[in-house]
Design a protein around this ligand. Sequence first.
Ligand code: GLU
Length: 472
Amino acid sequence: MSKQAISFYESVNLNFDKAAQLVDLPKGLLEQIKVCNAVYQMKFPVKVGNQIKVIEAYRVQHSHHRLPTKGGIRYSTHVNQDEVMALAALMTYKCAIVDVPFGGAKGGVKINPMKFNERQLESVTRRYTTELIRKNFIGPGIDVPAPDYGTGPREMAWILDTYLTFKNGELDFAGCVTGKPIGQNGIRGRVEATGRGVYYGLREVLNHESDMREIGLTRGMAGKTMVIQGLGNVGSNAGLISQNEGDAKIIAVSEYEGAVYSEKGINVEKLIKFRNQTGSVIGFPGTKTLPSREAALELECDILVPAALESVIHKENAHRIKAKIIGEAANGPITFEAEQILLDKGVLIIPDMYINAGGVTVSYFEWLKNLSHMRFGRIEKRFNENTYQSLVGVIEKLTGKTIGEKEKRLVTRGADEIDLVRSGLEETMVEAYNQIRLIGKRRKRIKDLRTAAFVSALDKVGSDYLNLGVFP
Ligand code: GLU
């Protein structure tokens, strides 16, 4: 990227400004929505081997219009204040778009987790949590972290345990963090949630025949070519589910070590296994190696799914992108400048703050589960099964025919937690897309889905502030 490139936070704010002109809210209110409400930068020591390392870390609460604030914690050497502020702001808009009643927040710890062993990572995580507790920056009604790039259920379990050590006896302690292991107050379906949400979102986008016709595509995901950049939790689940449930054809996958391509399609499940065994996607049977990992972004394809870090599509490579649809599984993969180039080319961009909102949606379900102290489905599952069984009995009696065992099992099944989580996620993604899409169609001055998504978020956050009575 060239030196003059604008920062991630500036990019988010430029997108905000573009949409702010189109909503009917007082200037001061828009300013209040835009700014980060609280920025906490910390430096703490952690023993690594024989050395003491000073770790730089952040927690940013972007908007207190609803509490708790919510957002993941990222472990990466790229972490800096600008990035965490941008990501926290995106969380506010994301939550509003999918009607998850939280303000936005984000955390970041500037480390390379690959260079730390498990014990050291545990020390970093526990110390970071302690700093948050000391400043009242964590709690089920205050601010609720979750996984992000470089963190997962293991880190969330350490956060929970540290929190509990300090807050013993707090009834709702388990809701202080989401994305926890299932055995430790987590919820089924959280790990796959962001990737699954990307699938439901893209499927809905592709189901609108007239929109697809405008970009030269037929309706439906089946057979569409897809390129995945990043095989982390989000990219691998988005790829797997789009392939298994949507019949998409994954023609290329790009990772840290390089990118592989196959015109016939790549079996994502086997590729993930291969990478786990060999440490690389390169050499996966039936694929060609592309000249660079960036080359995958520029392939001819129907759907490009950037699922790693921000700013990978910038003004230098945007001209070369040939995808018809870009689903922003990562946060901020397209810079503000690149977006204009892509829109001029007619690319349909499905914005991050909508398409990757599946993670926080299921985090919301987990938080509700924690506050209710009960697994979803526990109360009604067996009652429903009994009712359906009686119904099948009545039908058999009335018709004189017997329903086969397999069908009977299918229609008399009560919903488990995973079924309810997936159906709640599907409903959320479908509903939110249609809201954004309609805003885009009805308001003539809105030309792209990101602006439509921002307008949806600004309307909702703005009306929350007005209801709070903060603004006359
Ligand atoms: N880190 C995820 C995101 O960027 C999930 C946040 C959450 O679950 O709170 O949306």
